[in-house]
Design a protein around this ligand. Structure first.
Ligand code: MN3
Length: 193
């Protein structure tokens, strides 16, 4: 199976000023693409050659895992953003979020805290655990919570390559921009599955 770089669900300049066209040209056009290209090279002639991306994430180790998970994580990250963001609609997801964290604002604060505290490259996530509870966590490098049986609902890329062009070292400002772009739709949809 040849893995391909999924098209972005918006134009390269559509997330500006919170994520610039230049950031997307590098982050999507070079970083994300490189993970796809590397994955295709690495799986050739291995037991992973004909596996789906999610199967590879759940079963591979080392460089194949790293590149597969980075492909999955980035696609999930881009799909979780939308020009102008969206309003969080009332419903089961929102009420569970409020019940779990006190309020939507408190959830955002806790998510930001987790993303800020994460040391080095990685990802901040909202996941659903096996028993259906919501949890905020961060993972290092390419790690994905699916490998621990957790169901990702939202993600923010906290690798420096995600923000250095627009924000230099100011991860907190990048996170403020992230919330202006959050598309709650995929989280609501995945919560229902
Ligand atoms: Mn990235």
């Amino acid at each position: 199976m040849t893995h391909t770089l999924p098209p972005l669900p918006y134009e390269m300049d559509a997330l500006a000023p919170y994520m610039s066209k230049e950031t997307l040209e590098y982050h999507y056009g070079k970083h994300h693409k490189a993970y796809v290209d590397n994955l295709n090279k690495l799986v050739t002639g291995t037991e992973f050659e004909n596996k789906r991306l999610d199967e590879i994430v759940l079963s591979a180790k080392g460089p194949i895992f790293n590149n597969a998970a980075q492909v999955w994580n980035h696609t999930f990250f881009w799909n979780g953003l939308k020009p102008g963001g969206t309003e969080l609609a009332d419903g089961a997801f929102k009420s569970t979020l409020v019940k779990s964290f006190g309020s939507v604002e408190t959830f955002k604060e806790k998510f930001n805290e987790c993303a800020m505290k994460h040391f080095g490259s990685g990802w901040a996530w909202l996941v659903m655990t096996r028993i259906g509870e919501l949890e905020i966590l961060s993972t290092a490098n390419a790690e994905n919570p699916m490998t621990e049986g957790k169901h990702p609902l939202m993600v923010c890329d906290v690798w420096e390559h995600a923000y250095y062009i627009d924000y230099r070292n100011r991860r907190a400002d990048f996170l403020s921009g992230y919330w202006k772009l959050v598309n709650w739709g995929p989280a609501i949809e995945r919560f229902g599955r």
